[in-house]
Design a protein around this ligand. Structure first.
Ligand code: TTP
Ligand code: MG
Length: 381
């Protein structure tokens, strides 16, 4: 029982309730304005009683819960709280696989001598997040990732649950097929049509028969239905920043030329971010004058980005505000930090953070290694 699945309860809404006592115990809905075409990012459990849920149009949420408090998301604040939560996780294990801004798997095999049983570690983490950060987190504990996540879903909100052998035998078989990993509404419908309703039904079916219904996923699904899941907890790359810089053969002072360099560097850094499936919340610009004085400027954003032109616009702005416009420079560099895995960035409720043209250029760069492919504005420069 070494795998913990940890997921904060009603994350964005809970942060707002924590920071505003008037909202505690109230229906709070985070997302677009009710009169806009925006959607609900999340809502407090008090609002869920009225049928409000994530991804619902805000106008519909308003019809269901007109007395609820509707607030826009403060992504910068949530990222900072998320970092504090993940800091606490790292006190117990280095093997952390983040799944989203508020959710992670922890493999705690190595920490029992120091902190006790898995259940004791789970209780400790919940207590610390409550006391130090002021939020509730639900924790599922099991032998594998699938059962640990299932346990969290069963004990939410504000719960902790160990999915033990007894539950594998008695609870798992009764759960609907939709509780299995990768079974969405379409697959569930196909399974139900074939008379398969529960994990128990699935556990006893022949792989050949199931293959005709769900294709190549069949053996994986049967294993899950029997409570088996071999997937290890995979910690992510811990790159702290990503940057590129150029030292010029002769000093440059023409702002238009420097701007071209900034665009080229933005494309290089953007490409590397996307290749690593990372996004950045902070962009830094580094400028070095001929006397080796180095000036750095940075900007931290409310959302995470990886698009060349977004990086370029920020870096170019920093250049114009640097006081060095028109002055000779021997080096220019761009660095992106505060990196988060792409899938931690929630669905695009907010500012557009990447660009379709970037994806096309990336594909071409990957397919024609060595070829010079870039935006037309960078050609012949
Ligand atoms: P979730 O963990 O899915 O939801 P939650 O923490 O609000 O509620 P709970 O876990 O108790 O069911 O997502 C974490 C945050 O991600 C959520 O607070 C808001 C954001 N989010 C979106 O922006 N859009 C979405 O569609 C979803 C599902 C979440
Ligand atoms: Mg959550």
């Amino acid at each position: 029982m070494n795998i913990l699945h940890c997921d904060l309860d009603a994350f964005y809404a809970a942060v707002e309730q924590r920071d505003n006592p008037h909202l505690q115990g109230q229906p709070v809905i985070i997302g677009g304005r009710p009169e806009s075409r925006g959607v609900v990012a999340t809502c407090s459990y008090e609002a869920r009683k009225y049928g409000v849920h994530s991804a619902m149009p805000a106008s519909q949420a308003y019809r269901l819960c007109p007395h609820g408090t509707f607030l826009p998301p403060d992504i910068k604040k949530y990222h900072s709280v998320s970092r504090q939560v993940f800091e606490i996780f790292t006190d117990y294990t280095p093997t952390i696989e983040p799944l989203s801004i508020d959710e992670a798997f922890l493999d705690i095999s190595g920490c029992h001598k120091l902190f006790g049983s898995s259940q004791e570690v789970g209780i400790l983490i919940r207590k610390r997040i409550k006391n130090e950060i002021g939020l509730n987190i639900s924790i599922g504990i099991a032998d594998n990732k699938f059962l640990a996540k299932l346990a969290t879903n069963l004990c939410k909100p504000d719960g902790i649950l160990l999915f033990d052998a007894n539950m594998i035998q008695n609870t798992l078989p009764k759960l609907p097929v939709s509780s299995l990993w990768s079974v969405g509404s379409k697959t569930a419908w196909r399974l139900n049509r074939a008379g398969i309703y529960t994990a128990g039904d699935l556990a006893n079916i022949s792989p050949e028969k199931l293959q005709r219904i769900v294709g190549s996923n069949a053996s994986f699904l049967i294993a899950l239905a029997q409570g088996h899941d071999q997937r290890p907890v995979c910690p992510r790359s811990d790159a702290k920043s990503m940057g590129n810089e150029i030292t010029f053969p002769i000093d440059l002072s023409d702002p238009a030329e420097i701007d071209q360099v900034i665009l080229e560097l933005s494309s290089q850094v953007g490409f590397r971010l996307r290749q690593s499936e990372l996004k950045a919340c902070t962009v830094h610009l580094k400028l070095r004058t001929p006397d080796f004085t180095t000036v750095t400027r940075s900007r931290t954003l409310g959302n995470a980005i990886d698009a060349d032109l977004v990086i370029y616009n920020i870096a170019s702005d920093l250049y114009r505000q640097s006081g060095l416009t028109g002055k000779p420079l021997r080096l220019t560099g761009i660095n992106c930090s505060n990196l988060i895995p792409c899938d931690l960035e929630q669905p695009a409720l907010f500012e557009k953070s990447s660009d379709r043209l970037d994806n096309i250029i990336d594909e071409l760069k990957n397919s024609f290694a060595g070829a010079k492919i870039s935006r037309a504005s960078l050609m012949e420069k």
